[in-house]
Design a protein around this ligand. Structure first.
Ligand SMILES: [Zn+2]
Length: 299
């Protein structure tokens, strides 16, 4: 079984570029500690898979942060992916959540994508309104509006149960984009020699991807390479080196202690219960304990 990885690929001569992500233990570790309903877990898992797919496309080391804010039962979705493969995600939920999908759960709102290259670099942020029923449609709209890149996206999240074992979350996804200027056989700036042919390759690639079923994206018995071959063998598909993904959170006691240090003695006393201040990380749900001076308590 090949899980927890992202594989870049190209179709035809390279005018179609994409990445496939397959998440097993990593997405289970991201979703399970939150204990959200299935509907919220599915949406958050989609956001995490999309963030990994987009973050792995960065051409430099950095972090991609996905944030969706809405007025519905889910107020906030956050996922971030670092170039070293660390993925984490969280949501803020106010209850209800009988519906499924982005629009039904979040209502009106917007999606912001931030690229963070470290403290000395400018942050880039693109913002788009939540449009379409699904996160897939919203992502396609984002690329259309902010980058004018024709894009196809498929995302799937589901629980798999093996006999005698607890159900585990899995996620899968594919992003494909039409980038004729980056065709592999052409020098940069050289005129596109066969634009019509490139366009047809793209139309086929998008149509095949859109016909992909959720179970193909999730099936542990179908490797990502086999799925890509199934989709794109007609035009030829070339896969590049896989990149690992893991569930990892950057929280630690000293970061939280630095935040507590800004509070007054009275404020710290108000936060304390039975002489201890308890702080939960909203991403990994780990609990940190501090004394009433904001010093880390022995765990
Ligand atoms: Zn954490």
């Amino acid at each position: 079984m090949r899980d927890d990885l992202i594989i870049p690929f190209q179709v035809g001569d390279g005018s179609v570029r994409g990445r496939i992500v397959r998440l097993g233990a990593a997405i289970d570790a991201v979703l399970r500690p939150h204990g959200f309903s299935d509907a919220v877990s599915e949406l958050l898992g989609e956001a995490a898979a999309l963030t990994a797919l987009m973050g792995a496309g960065l051409k430099f080391d950095g972090k991609l942060i996905f944030q969706a804010q809405g007025e519905g039962d889910v107020r906030l979705l956050v996922a971030d992916y670092c170039s070293d493969g660390a993925l984490r995600a969280t949501a803020s939920v106010r209850g209800g959540e009988n519906a499924r999908g982005l629009a039904a759960l979040m209502g009106k709102g917007h999606i912001a994508l931030t690229i963070d290259q470290g403290p000395d670099m400018d942050r880039y942020q693109g913002v788009t309104p939540i449009e379409g029923e699904t996160l897939e449609q919203a992502a396609i709209g984002y690329f259309d509006q902010s980058e004018q890149i024709p894009t196809a996206v498929r995302l799937a999240v589901g629980k798999i149960t093996r006999r005698g074992e607890e159900a585990v979350w899995r996620a899968g996804g594919v992003i494909a984009q039409f980038m004729p200027a980056e065709g592999g056989t052409r020098a940069r700036g050289e005129a596109v020699s066969a634009p019509q042919q490139d366009r047809e390759t793209w139309d086929r690639a998008a149509a095949f991807l859109n016909s992909t079923q959720a179970d193909e994206l999730l099936d542990p018995a179908l490797s990502p390479e086999e799925l890509l071959y199934r989709l794109y063998h007609e035009d030829g598909v070339r896969v590049f080196e896989a990149r690992p993904v893991r569930a990892a959170c950057g929280c630690n006691a000293s970061k939280i202690a630095a935040v507590l240090a800004r509070y007054s003695e009275e404020e710290l006393a108000d936060l304390a219960v039975d002489g201890a201040i308890s702080v939960d990380c909203e991403f990994c749900r780990r609990t940190y304990l501090f004394d009433t001076q904001g010093r880390e308590a022995a765990q």
